[in-house]
Design a binder for this molecule. Structure first.
Ligand SMILES: NC(=O)c1ccc[n+]([C@@H]2O[C@H](COP(=O)([O-])OP(=O)(O)OC[C@H]3O[C@@H](n4cnc5c(N)ncnc54)[C@H](OP(=O)(O)O)[C@@H]3O)[C@@H](O)[C@H]2O)c1
Length: 332
């Protein structure tokens, strides 16, 4: 059962935000929310990975490496049920704007498609996103090349969001690198690369987004993609150094949730286990399936649905939502 929860009165130029809220029990709300999302048909090339048919416990010789290393018509992207819809005093629809980092493939590309389908403006960024063939360039989508570790990228993205669409209402810090090594083999260059992308990228984009949200005075949402290995390490997945960064992101999520609660800026994290993306292009599927108690790996759309839920749930902040087939629970 859904109801219109909030109607904020406006000054002359202010907009009315009609927030569609869900019922109070968090689990039921999440399930109901997922039921409203009609996910797009995902292409396996770029968004998912092909099954390699290998067996459990096997890793390829080169280990587990990071693979990466004018208004569109409303008929095309209608605002779906559950969408945050902004209305001017004249009743005109104004779409909210989300910035998505690491948007060229995998989880990020899935986020772009679903947010567009739900009626949001989207600014997607990654180092080579202009080369991606996954997106239809028309309409409410802006794509910007750049390294998240470079503060100038966040500056350009924030400027583009405001100039093209008038606001930043949500940010998804999705860009990230992940690779495994025995702890003694990690180099200081590995550490700096992990920190630059995973932590400095978070810093630059989150600062620019919150600054803009404070200017707008209409709140906002930050969601950061972390990892369930921070809660429950797995002996065969030696990711100690990447988890320095992901664990830090879980921690800063709670600090910022508290710091900006009074400004109605909500800050949450989504913690995946193994997700079916090009990140795992060289890893045997059966090995990946062995890394959660449910014995499955997560489809990109499951992560996307969790991010959308956190973004649109007006009462949730400081939460780390595990979408990981139980991988954070412990030994199985
Ligand atoms: N897949 C999983 O099993 C899994 C599990 C837990 C957590 N995660 C996290 O989920 C997020 C997305 O993972 P994914 O599997 O979708 O990864 P992916 O397929 O490897 O995609 C990574 C994305 O990040 C971009 N990127 C990488 N380094 C960047 C940089 N320095 N600056 C800007 N963009 C950069 C890449 O685009 P460009 O190459 O064009 O820059 C790409 O769009 C990451 O934070 C990852 O750590 C994934």
């Amino acid at each position: 059962m859904r109801d219109v929860a909030t109607l904020i009165p406006s000054a002359t130029t202010r907009v009315y935000w009609t927030l569609v809220s869900l019922e109070s029990d968090p689990i039921r709300r999440y399930r109901e929310h997922l039921g409203t999302i009609s996910g797009p048909a995902f292409r396996r090339d770029g968004l998912g990975r092909a099954d390699d048919g290998a067996t459990a416990g096997q890793l390829p010789a080169d280990g587990w490496i990071n693979a990466s290393h004018e208004e569109q018509s409303d008929d095309r992207h209608p605002a779906a049920e559950g969408t945050l819809v902004a209305r001017t005093e004249a009743g005109m629809s104004v779409h909210k704007t989300v910035v998505i980092t690491g948007a060229s493939q995998g989880i990020g590309a899935g986020l772009v498609k679903t947010f567009l389908d739900k009626g949001w403006n989207v600014v997607g960024t990654s180092r080579n996103i202009s080369e991606s063939t996954l997106f239809d360039r028309a309409g409410r989508l802006e794509l910007i090349n750049g390294d998240v570790a470079d503060p100038e990228t966040a500056e350009r993205v924030a400027t583009a969001a405001v100039e093209q669409f008038g606001s930043i209402d949500a940010l998804v810090n999705n860009a990230g690198v992940f690779f495994t090594k025995p702890f003694l083999e990690y180099t200081i260059e590995d550490f700096r690369r992990l920190c630059a992308t995973n932590v400095e990228g978070f810093l630059h984009f989150t600062q620019r987004a919150i600054e803009q949200m404070l200017r707008q005075k209409s709140g906002g949402s930050i969601v950061t993609i972390t990892s369930s290995l921070t809660d429950h390490p797995i002996a065969s997945v030696t990711a100690s150094l990447p988890m320095v960064t992901k664990g830090g992101l879980n921690a800063v999520t709670k600090s910022l949730a508290l710091e900006f609660a009074k400004d109605n800026i909500r800050v949450n994290a989504l913690s995946p286990g193994v997700v079916d993306t090009p990140l795992h292009a060289k890893n045997p599927r059966a090995f990946l399936e062995s890394l959660s108690p449910m014995g499955t790996i997560t489809a990109v759309q499951e992560i996307v649905d969790g991010v959308v839920y956190l973004t649109e749930s007006s009462n949730i902040t400081g939460e780390v939502l595990h979408v990981d087939n139980g991988a954070h629970l412990g030994k199985w």
